[in-house]
Design a protein around this ligand. Structure first.
Ligand code: FPP
Length: 236
């Protein structure tokens, strides 16, 4: 299918339903995440094919620390594997990798590998893949408020100067355009603390398809629906 007309510049995805998928197969939840990882790889490939320049994937939220230790370890293992195996492939495919979120709770070794992945792909230009890791929209806003507060207290900026651009500067996503389209799999009608500031005018698309079963045709349906939406940004 040729996706006509309005192609979003930035697609962000809430990859939900890994656990439900595993449960339906009678498998442990970790199998769902492993299968979800395969979809991550496909999704990067499809996004490139659709010539969408920015893709953001919600891989681990600030709330996900409340999951059982074993599941968290499994997700971290998938992340490490991704960094180890996928970075050369991303580079080969001209995909730039960036992480958005508070990386401070991760150990120095993992942070170093994250930085390395970003550094090695920094000149890649066909697609920017943003992985939201230990990301929370409210936590991000608190971070912005504190950073701006520091500059106000140091006299580096005046209160009158603070505007949306100042906020954008301190967001984890600084430099990345706001998402045009947010896709959520597995049917839940909520944002779950994802890109709260950035999603002000995003189009939302929710599909009942579970993330491990998300196929190219489902992505195409989301893009088709997006191309039909009339975006008014508050205007008439
Ligand atoms: C939600 O499904 C999914 C997650 C919390 C993790 C998503 C992570 C991956 C797909 C793999 C890691 C990706 C990278 C790029 C490192 P859920 O477990 O909440 O599903 P449920 O709601 O059905 O239980």
């Amino acid at each position: 299918m040729r996706v006509e007309r309005t192609i979003p510049r930035h697609v962000a995805i809430i990859m939900d339903g890994n656990g439900r998928w595993a449960k339906r197969q009678g498998l442990p939840r970790t199998f769902g995440h492993a299968k979800g990882m395969e979809r991550v790889e496909d999704c990067v490939k499809w996004t490139k094919e659709f010539e969408i320049p920015y893709l953001t994937l919600y891989a681990f939220s600030t709330e996900n620390w409340q999951r059982p230790k074993e599941e968290i370890e499994n997700l971290m293992h998938l992340l490490d594997e991704f960094l180890e195996r996928k970075v050369p492939e991303l580079k080969e495919n001209n995909v730039r990798l960036r992480f958005v979120g508070d990386l401070s709770p991760f150990d120095e070794n993992r942070r170093e590998r994250i930085r390395e992945g970003e550094e090695r792909t920094r000149d890649c230009s066909s697609l920017q893949l943003n992985i939201a890791l230990n990301y929370g929209g409210r936590q991000e806003m608190l971070h912005v408020i504190k950073e701006i507060g520091k500059r106000l207290m140091n006299g580096k900026i005046d209160l009158e100067e603070v505007n949306s651009d100042t906020v954008n500067e301190y967001l984890y996503t600084s430099g990345i355009p706001d998402p045009d389209l947010i896709i959520r799999t597995a049917g839940e009608m909520r944002l779950s603390n994802f890109l709260l500031w950035q999603s002000a005018y995003s189009e939302l698309y929710v599909t009942p398809v579970l993330w491990p079963e998300f196929e190219k045709k489902d992505y195409e349906s989301a893009l088709k629906e997006y191309s039909k939406r009339e975006r008014r940004f508050g205007r008439i």
